[in-house]
Design a protein around this ligand. Structure first.
Ligand code: PRP
Ligand code: ZN
Ligand code: MG
Length: 226
């Protein structure tokens, strides 16, 4: 058993849409770090609260494994991995602690611009590329549509042009990525924004108190922003 950590560890996205606003939000809670910004680990100066800079998809697992205590991640990533755990009879290990009011986006079904969209039944027997297989499968089941889910970890938007898929299910923020690939969003499956994620189980005393302090400051900052 490793010794209990007496510092709080927060995972944030290393680069991408949520990286800068996540760091700015934590800084506005009075945190500061000794680091160069391309490092993986940032050592907390004002409080014993460290940052780990990682891929967003790794954040729920890091919390589940207790490697990190908290994380700033899209609700879409949390929901996908939560649905995947549930589908595999694994207990819930992470949950949303706070919604953070930035990084809003949606998980959408997108089809080639030339299609005349008539509704989900049109997808029967088609191949849909996504990085969100659990959320897509659940939506297809809800619609009563049998389609093939093609799992891709990135660059989902080029799958139709490559002949790998007929449609895609991916995150849309500005819509520029879809437009650049001659795709159009036709249905929203899930609305998302950045959230603070934490464990389902309680943190131990020392880290629990640090997390409570951080939440008090965060709630104050979020109130002032809205
Ligand atoms: C999503 C999606 C596209 C992009 C769309 O990736 O996969 O790459 O955002 O944004 P747009 O509508 O503004 O063009 P995301 O930022 O969720 O992160 P990822 O790189 O981890 O897939
Ligand atoms: Zn990602
Ligand atoms: Mg992407």
């Amino acid at each position: 058993v490793p010794p209990a950590r007496d510092r709080l560890r927060i995972a944030i996205q290393k680069s991408g849409r949520l990286a800068d606003p996540a760091r700015a939000l934590l800084a506005s809670c009075g945190l500061s770090w000794r680091e160069s910004r391309d490092r993986l680990f940032c050592y907390g100066e004002t409080l014993p609260v460290d940052l780990l800079l990682v891929r967003d998809d790794d954040i729920p697992g890091l919390i589940a494994d207790g490697v990190c205590d908290l994380g700033v991640v899209g609700r879409n990533v949390l929901a996908e991995q939560g649905a995947d755990r549930a589908a595999n009879d694994r207990p819930a290990a992470f949950r949303e602690w706070r919604s953070l009011g930035f990084g809003s986006c949606r998980l959408a079904l997108a089809v080639p611009e030339g299609w005349a969209w008539q509704g989900p039944a049109q997808l029967a027997g088609m191949r849909i590329a996504t990085s969100y297989p659990a959320l897509l499968s659940r939506w297809l089941a809800d619609q009563g549509v049998a389609a093939e889910v093609v799992l891709l970890s990135g660059s989902v938007e080029i799958a139709p042009r490559l002949g790998q898929a007929d449609a895609v299910c991916d995150i849309v923020s500005s819509g520029a990525t879809l437009a650049a690939n001659q795709l159009k969003p036709v249905t929203t499956m899930f609305e998302s924004e950045a959230v603070l994620a934490g464990p389902v189980a309680e943190l131990d005393a020392v880290r629990g108190e640090l997390a409570a302090l951080l939440l008090r400051r965060l709630d104050g900052v979020l109130r002032m922003r809205h």
